[in-house]
Write a protein that binds this ligand. Sequence first.
Ligand SMILES: C[S@@+](CC[C@H](N)C(=O)[O-])C[C@H]1O[C@@H](n2cnc3c(N)ncnc32)[C@H](O)[C@@H]1O
Length: 308
Amino acid sequence: MNPNPDPTHDQGQDCEPIPVSVWATGQQSAAAQRAGRYHRDSTAHPAKMLPSIAAHAIAHYTRPGDLVLDPMCGIGTTLVEALHLGRRALGNEYETRWADIAHTNITLARAAGYDQEATVFTGDARTLTRVLPQAYLGAVDLIVTSPPYGDSTHGQVTVVPGGGVHKTDHRYGSTLDRGNLANIGLGRLLSGFTRILAASAAYLRPGGHIVITARPWRQHTELVDLPSLILTCADQAGLVPVERCVALLGRLADGDIIAHSSFFQRDCITKKRAAGLPVHLIAHEDVIILKKAAAQETSGIRSERWAA
Ligand SMILES: C[S@@+](CC[C@H](N)C(=O)[O-])C[C@H]1O[C@@H](n2cnc3c(N)ncnc32)[C@H](O)[C@@H]1O
C-alpha cells in the first residue's frame, strides 16, 4: 500500500499525480478535521461524514465555481467542504435540528471568507423535487451523500461512576417518525434511498457524478452489506457505477493503518471476538461513484454487466 499521506500526489519526479482508489483521508482524526471549522453542536449528529472524504470527492470530481448537492446533508459536511474549496453548495436534510446546524456551519465558513452561494432546505429527499427549486434541475455538477446506517450508530458514550455506561446522541431523530430512513428498517431504507437517488439524479447535469459513502453494519450477528445493496438501489434508480474506492478512516503510518478508535469501540470488538464473532475495528468506508445511465443503457444490460 502506498504510505504517501495524499494518494493523489505522485511518487515520481515531474509527473502528473496518479489518482489511486484508496483515499488517505484518515491522516487526522475527525475531531482535528472539524476543529475551528464546525460548530461544537455538530458533535451531536450520530453519523457525520469525515470532512476529508467529502473534500477529496469534491476536489476530484468538480472545479471551482461548480455546484455540489447533498440531499441528506446532516450537519452540512459536504456543503462546508465545498465552500472551503471554492464550490457552490446546495443541501437538504429531513431533520430541522441538523439542518439548523448545517446553516450555522455554513455561516462559520462564510465568516472565514468562503462566501460562495450555499443554501440548505428542509424536507423529505424521497420527494426532493417538491423541496428544491426547479431552477437547479440539471444544474448540479456533483452529488456527495451517505444514507443512514440503520440504528447502528455509536453516538456519545459516558461512564457514570457506579451507574454504568450511558449512550447519548446515537439516534438521527425521533424513532416514531417514519420519514427518517434510519427508523424504518432495512427494506424501507433501501427503497427510500432508491427514490432519493432517482429524485437527486434529476438535478445532476449530463456527465455529473454521484459519490456515496457507506459502510456495512451488523444487525445482531448478521452482516448487512450496505455498500453492495446501494449498487442495487443505484441500478433501480437508473444510475451506473463508474468507480468503487476505499476512503480510510484510519491513519497510514509505517506501512500500517492506525485506527482512530475510542476505548469503547476497542472494548466492544475485543468482547465480540472473545465470544466468537469475527468482527474488526472499522478503518474505512466504501465509496461508490455513479453516473446517470446513457439513454440506450437498459436495466437488463446493467444487470448483466454486474453479474459478470
Ligand atoms: C449518514 S447521515 C448524513 C450525515 C452528513 N453527511 C453529515 O456529515 O452530517 C444521513 C442523514 O440523512 C437524514 N435523512 C434520513 N431520512 C431522510 C429523508 N427522508 N430525507 C432527507 N434526509 C434524510 C438523516 O437525518 C441524517 O442526517
